[in-house]
Structure formats: C-alpha cells, structure tokens
Write a protein that binds this ligand. Structure first.
Ligand code: C5P
Length: 319
C-alpha cells in the first residue's frame, strides 16, 4: 500500500483570474511586442492546482478538461521547469492536478494565473525560499501577464505588461458581473495584429513619448470610487478592434450597459469576456440573479465576482 502523503508534501494553490480596468496600446517595441499601459485587477474567479511532491523527479499534470493540453506546451509545466532550472536541482518533482474554472481564451489570464500559482506553490512545496519579486522576474520569460498574476491585487502594468507598479490602495470593495460567450475564444496575437493594422500609424515611437503617457496613467485616480464615477480616461484599446469582428462582444457590452446600477462596462484583455462594475459584490450578485434569464437567452455564461488583493493564495489540503 502507498503510504499517505505528509501534509507538507501536498499544497493547494488558488490561481485568480484578472480583468483589465484599463488597457492602452502605446506603440510597438524592438522585440515585436506591444508597449502597453494597463491597470489589472485580480478577481475571485479561480482555478485550483493541487500539488503533490514526488520523489521520481517528474513534473506531471492532470486536468479536468480536454480543452487544454497537459503536455510541455502548458504554461504550468513550463513554469515548473523554469523554476527547477533556476535553482539548478533537477531532482525536484511534482504531480499537479488542475481544476479549471477560469474560461479559456477569455482575456482573463487563466493560463498566466495557473503559471503564477505553479511558481508560488512550488517555491513553498520545494522549500526554495525565493522572494516574490524573484518569482515575478523569472515568470516574465514565459508570459507577459504572469508577473502580475504572481502578486495580483490592483496594479499598473507597463512594458509588455511585466513592469509592475503597485497602487497605493488598501481596499477593493467593488463587485462585478463578468460575462463570456462560451462558444468563442479570441486569440491574443490576432487581436494585437489587427490593432497594429488599424492603428499602427498612430503608434508613439520613442520612450520619451511612452513616459508621458505612463505619467498620465500614474496620475489617474484608480480608487473604487473613482472607477464608479465611470471615468472617461478608462479604456480598452483592443475593444476597438475585437468588438467589430466579434458580435458576441458587442452583445455582451450592450447587455451589461443596460443593467441597473452598472458602472464602467468594458471588455477584459483581448476579450471576449466583458464586465460591468458595481458598488459591491452583493449588488452585483443581486443584479445577476435578477437577470439570469436574460444572460441565458443571450447564450452568455455569467458570474458575480469580487475583487482580490492578491494573485495566488496557498493553503493546505484540509484548511
Ligand atoms: O506574452 P503573451 O504570451 O501573453 O503574449 C501573447 C501574444 O500576444 C504575443 O505573442 C504577441 O503576439 C501579443 N502581445 C503583444 N504585446 C504584448 C503582449 C502580447 O503583441 N505586450
């Protein structure tokens, strides 16, 4: 009989999705990526990763969905290998079981959140004691949104999305209704390519101009109250190209805009998920319940969510 695992050999990492409260494309960089100015926010929609230390040096992944690969191209495996290489110990092994709740290809950074959870979880499970800042730095090698997902909360993100500036805010009480048409996904590279084709001629070209834009974003008040005031500065540039080519996004935005008490309606990331902000979770949940039939008729999955002040949360199996 296989002996039960000791408590310290099993860990659950909760990987939180994010929404973009703001996404501005500033220009194109020498490495071909876009230079961005964003504000990202973690929400309480999450995947769970159960991590079990193993002694046979393997990194394995099982998932509860066949919509994603559990091979070497999965960001979870990439993150685990990256961390193992970083500390130079190929003896480290783990079996990971992923319960996927964050919709895939939705603009909610589900894959990035899983990679972030893998790094934070394995840092603990393998007793590596790396600083969170080191994990953020390492993670940008495999994806632009992963550094944000490591620490999460509400942060300004520059560069490809990997340069983080934490906002000096101590509570996030807003609620939101998030919707997504389950029949579609949007490819992030396609959204950026399309944006470049349409708006590339307006791109800023040097870092001095980027910095002027960054200072504008830094100067905006990103507090809950200010967001509820539906500020005009808040925007998602990718919405300008994804909305016209994706009727499901237009439909989502229309439904959300008509909801009572909804403020600031926007697409998240490269879409197709969209959200409406509310004063708090209870209000969002009440409005969701009252309109559940409308979402169903429109073929939209819908969630009421709250904001989180961190990206990854670790717990023991039975707590
Ligand atoms: O880094 P990540 O894997 O999230 O990026 C996916 C794709 O999105 C990139 O390959 C690129 O085509 C596009 N992208 C971009 N500029 C960014 C982030 C992503 O052009 N800042």
């Amino acid at each position: 009989m296989v002996p039960p695992k000791a408590n310290e050999d099993v860990l659950i990492a909760e990987a939180h999705a994010k929404i973009n409260l703001h996404l501005e494309v500033l220009g194109i960089r020498d490495d071909g990526f876009h230079e961005l100015a964003m504000v990202m926010q973690s929400i309480n929609l999450s995947d769970q990763l159960r991590m079990i230390k193993n002694e046979d040096n393997n990194i394995t992944l099982k998932t509860n969905t066949n919509e994603i690969s559990n091979g070497e191209d999965n960001l979870i495996i990439k993150a685990a290998r990256l961390l193992r290489n970083k500390v130079g110990n190929t003896q480290l092994g783990v079996d990971i079981e992923l319960v996927k709740n964050i919709p895939i290809g939705a603009g909610l950074a589900g894959g990035s959140a899983d990679a972030a959870a893998t790094l934070v979880g394995l840092n603990k499970l393998w007793n590596l004691n790396l600083e969170i800042s080191e994990l953020e730095k390492l993670s940008k090698e495999i994806g632009s949104d992963i550094p944000f997902c490591v620490s999460g909360g509400r942060q300004i993100c520059f560069g490809r999305g990997e340069i983080l500036e934490r906002l000096n805010l101590d509570h996030f009480d807003l609620g939101l209704i998030l919707v997504k048409d389950p029949s579609i996904q949007v490819s992030t590279p396609v959204a950026y390519k399309k944006y470049k084709e349409e708006f590339g001629n307006r791109y800023l070209e040097n870092d001095r101009d980027f910095e002027i834009k960054r200072n504008i974003v830094r100067s905006i008040n990103w507090s809950d109250q200010s967001l509820l005031d539906n500020r005009k500065e808040v925007q998602n540039d990718l919405q300008k190209v994804v909305c016209p080519m994706t009727p499901e996004v237009e439909k989502s935005l229309n439904i959300l805009s008509r909801l009572p008490d909804s403020r600031l309606v926007s697409m998240s990331g490269s879409g197709p998920s969209c959200f409406a902000l509310f004063e708090n979770y209870n209000q969002a949940n009440k409005v969701l319940k009252e309109h559940v039939n409308e979402f169903e008729r429109a073929g939209l999955s819908a969630w009421a969510c709250s904001m989180k002040s961190n990206g990854v949360q670790l717990r023991n199996e039975f707590t």
